[in-house]
Design a protein around this ligand. Structure first.
Ligand SMILES: Nc1ncnc2[nH]cnc12
Ligand SMILES: [Zn+2]
Length: 335
């Protein structure tokens, strides 16, 4: 059975989303013009043709290029508000937004410009769209730990606006242990530790993220399936995986959605959530991920309910906020 309508109205949270990855080609061109930036592509159609990826690195090269049109506070505001409007349309009640400060500070854009633009949009969206959000500052793992320390330092005046730290970018060759000290320091500052692990990297990287970085949630985590002891450990620790199906097929982590391990993960007892990762690049927003994976794997209403429930349960919201969202979901499911 196809459940597009049911999915569209299902109350849900998104826990794995890069704000730079929500930059739609149309907005990218608008911002390039506004900031007098010459692009390599003549049109939106031509740019879209470049969105063909063989692996994570292929994508990252284009994604960092795209982000170079973001210059002013207004740019970051427009980018973020536009995503939050899409959340409202999809009945995403809460979202946990990753941002990559180093992608911008490396180009001479101040940390302050980035965080102010993003967080102002979040405040306005709460008021006008009733979508709640919080921010995850992600360190780029292809850069050095010293560089991450500089970013941590820059974030401190804005600590009240940031809930967690993450780790993203090129996984292979950049194990979590490279960032042991900066994660320890981030935890001391009150940030909750999260990390991408096991997207392209081996199960050992997931073990390191758990044991060395002390993470509370695993971004992707697909490759845990290669290690039964690791699966047992993740279940024992009651940790969630933020799974991103359309990202996985776009980056050739999974060949075909029909072979996506989501259902298997659920059957094994792993707690999983569905997410869009970089929707402007991977062919679909969160609801499109739900719709396509439901169809490919024949997910039932109970499965969809479990995924939505996990998205609130494993969010970084307070227990009270979780309960409010869960009550709303419960009501929807019962009707
Ligand atoms: N899927 C992904 N993996 C690692 N780094 C990323 N940055 C943006 N999207 C990413
Ligand atoms: Zn990601």
């Amino acid at each position: 059975m196809i459940m597009i309508n049911y999915i569209n109205k299902l109350p849900k949270a998104e826990l794995h989303l890069h704000i730079e990855g929500t930059l739609e080609p149309e907005l990218l061109f608008t911002l390039a013009e506004r900031n007098n930036i010459k692009l390599k592509y003549d049109s939106v159609a031509q740019l879209k043709l470049a969105y063909q990826f063989d692996c994570l690195q292929d994508f990252l090269d284009i994604y960092y290029q795209g982000a170079s049109v973001l210059i002013t506070e207004q740019d970051f505001y427009d980018l973020t508000y536009s995503y939050l409007q899409k959340c409202a349309e999809q009945n995403i009640r809460h979202t946990e937004i990753m941002f990559d400060p180093q992608t911008h500070t490396e180009r001479g854009v101040a940390f302050e410009t980035v965080i102010n633009g993003i967080s102002m949009a979040c405040i306005d969206a709460k008021e006008k769209l009733n979508v709640s959000s919080l921010l995850i500052m992600s360190y780029l793992r292809h850069l050095s730990e010293d560089d991450a320390f500089k970013t941590l330092e820059q974030s401190l005046p804005f600590k009240h606006l940031i809930t967690a730290v993450g780790l993203d970018s090129s996984e292979k060759g950049n194990p979590p242990s490279k960032f042991k000290k900066v994660f320890e320091a981030s935890i001391k500052e009150g940030y909750i530790p999260l990390a991408h692990a096991g997207e392209e990297g081996p199960p050992e990287y997931i073990w390191e993220a758990l044991d060395v970085l002390k993470i509370k949630r695993i971004d992707h985590g697909n490759n845990c399936l290669q290690d039964q002891l690791l699966i047992d450990e993740i279940i024992k620790r009651d940790m969630a995986l933020t799974v991103c199906p359309l990202s996985n097929t776009a980056l050739q982590v999974v060949g075909d959605l029909k072979n996506h391990p989501l259902k298997k993960m659920m059957e094994l007892g792993l707690k999983v959530t569905l997410n869009s990762d970089d929707p402007a690049y991977f062919g679909g927003q969160l609801n499109q991920n739900f719709i396509e994976v439901q169809k490919a794997l024949n997910l039932t209403k109970e499965d969809l309910y479990e995924l939505a429930k996990n998205s609130f349960q494993y969010s970084l919201l307070s227990d009270k906020e979780k309960q409010t969202n869960l009550n709303e979901l419960e009501k929807y499911y019962a009707n």
